[in-house]
Ligand binder design. Sequence first.
Ligand SMILES: *[C@@H]1O[C@H](CO)[C@@H](O)[C@H](O)[C@H]1NC(C)=O
Ligand SMILES: *[C@@H]1O[C@H](CO)[C@@H](O)[C@H](O)[C@H]1NC(C)=O
Ligand SMILES: *[C@@H]1O[C@H](CO)[C@@H](O)[C@H](O)[C@H]1NC(C)=O
Ligand SMILES: *[C@@H]1O[C@H](CO)[C@@H](O)[C@H](O)[C@H]1NC(C)=O
Length: 189
Amino acid sequence: MTLTWLVLLGICFIWHMTDSQLVYKLNNIECLPNQSRVTNVSCKVKAVSWNMALVNMDCYLIFPINNPTIRVQVFMKDYSNQFKPFLIDATFKLCEVVERKSFLPYGVMIWELFKSFTNVKSCHFSPGQVSARNGYLNTSYVPPFPHGQYQITVMFSDSNSTHTESVGIVKFFLQAMDQIKSKKRPQGT
Ligand SMILES: *[C@@H]1O[C@H](CO)[C@@H](O)[C@H](O)[C@H]1NC(C)=O
Ligand SMILES: *[C@@H]1O[C@H](CO)[C@@H](O)[C@H](O)[C@H]1NC(C)=O
Ligand SMILES: *[C@@H]1O[C@H](CO)[C@@H](O)[C@H](O)[C@H]1NC(C)=O
Ligand SMILES: *[C@@H]1O[C@H](CO)[C@@H](O)[C@H](O)[C@H]1NC(C)=O
């Protein structure tokens, strides 16, 4: 734990000493639903400039998710081109975040992203269409990661007092890099 904080502090320190701006550019997304619970899945990334891409997702929930549990894990690609766990592995119940019984930063961040970019209004998901439109990760919400390739895995599950079932997994592939500045304004901004 102490080491984690030292690493994070070190990263912040180095980050603030450089004047180039860090951005997280989303390159790809993969959706792996539990097909017994979720159908009609579409997951797309659309690049709008050299530094930014937008996520659009649609799916149809066959069953309600009564007690959604979310696990967020971050992996970084190492020199051997394999994704290895990187600092963050957090699990939380979405309703505890929404009802302000939990203030886990990654939980709060995910709920903020849901509220900004999806049609989700409550932590109790009814059967029906769930959609995300033009979503992106605002760099100011995320700790500064070292430059490199990352995979962020978000696992959704549902549980009652006796059973836990997977609902689906979404994998985001992104690159932490210096902002590319161009003389011409990129299209779409
Ligand atoms: C499946 O998704 C497409 C577009 O994402 C939508 O037009 C269609 O109505 C959906 N079908 C069902 C059964 O939800
Ligand atoms: C990111 O969030 C900050 C603070 O909430 C806001 O000022 C900024 O405009 C946001 N950036 C983008 C690209 O939306
Ligand atoms: C929990 O969920 C399982 C599978 O959906 C179901 O069979 C079981 O009856 C549920 N148990 C309770 C206590 O609701
Ligand atoms: C997927 O959903 C079905 C139906 O609810 C359930 O029986 C199954 O256990 C789930 N799969 C996983 C890996 O949780």
